[in-house]
Ligand binder design. Structure first.
Ligand code: DER
Length: 224
């Protein structure tokens, strides 16, 4: 349907941004999936790049398609990271983590000279927060950490998968905060960062340089 076509369109277009010799950060999720498919075609046609994956899932997908994957500690810097998002606002602040990969995604983004978010039209919002904000917490005392969010006034649900607690690539758990709207993303990010037991969260503030947005059957490259 429309959203799927948009993901395919924006994913494929994003793969064209990659240049020979680049170190590329590969995002996680269904939009990144299409970018990786197209990037692999270009690699098979001779594009010479090295990539860093933002999740085990992306590592396995890219490696299976013949893309060279390096450990993030093997690279000095990352030239371009292409990743999806759950929401992106006009200031290019984003909510990520719907796929549970936010920690490695944020680390890779923070190491990248340029970060391009690839988004279908449903991701663009005026106000962040309709999508539940993912927060990665350590497993130790997670029930108590969950209660801390509730006590702070943030409706929180611990993420489950197939009836058990979801476990991230880093061995941690995810709490999703059902806030409805986030008026002060910077302030909320700071508050959550200070909470004991929190590893990181899905608010990407000042990390995104460009947004490749699918809209009305076309793709637009938005620059900050
Ligand atoms: O988990 C993430 O941050 C992903 O980028 C994700 O949220 C975007 O997923 P999608 O491309 O499958 O919509």
């Amino acid at each position: 349907e429309k959203q799927l076509m948009e993901k395919q369109l924006v994913g494929a277009r994003a793969a064209e941004l990659v240049e020979d010799g680049m170190v590329v950060g590969l995002g996680t999720g269904s939009t990144a999936y299409y970018m990786i498919q197209r990037l692999a075609e270009r690699v098979r046609a001779g594009l010479d790049i090295a990539c860093v994956a933002t999740s085990r899932q992306t590592h396995e997908l890219a490696a299976s398609l013949g893309i060279r994957i390096l450990d993030v500690n093997q690279v000095e810097a990352i030239d371009l990271t292409i990743d999806g998002a759950d929401e992106i606002d006009e200031h290019f602040n984003a909510i990520k983590g719907g796929g549970g990969a936010l920690l490695r995604e944020k680390i890779v983004a923070s190491l990248s000279r340029k970060v391009v978010i690839i988004a279908d039209s449903t991701k663009r919002v005026k106000q962040l927060g309709k999508f539940p904000l993912p927060v990665e917490i350590v497993a130790f005392a997670h029930k108590h950490t969950l209660k801390k969010f509730e006590q702070a006034g943030y409706p929180a649900k611990i993420r489950e998968k197939d009836g058990t607690l979801f476990v991230t690539d880093g061995g941690n758990h995810i709490v999703d905060l059902h806030l409805g709207r986030i008026d002060d993303p910077e302030g909320l990010a700071e508050t959550i960062d200070r909470m004991t037991g929190v590893v990181d969260h899905g608010l990407f503030i000042d990390l995104v340089h460009e947004v490749l947005l699918a809209e009305d059957g076309d793709v637009r490259l938005l620059k900050k």
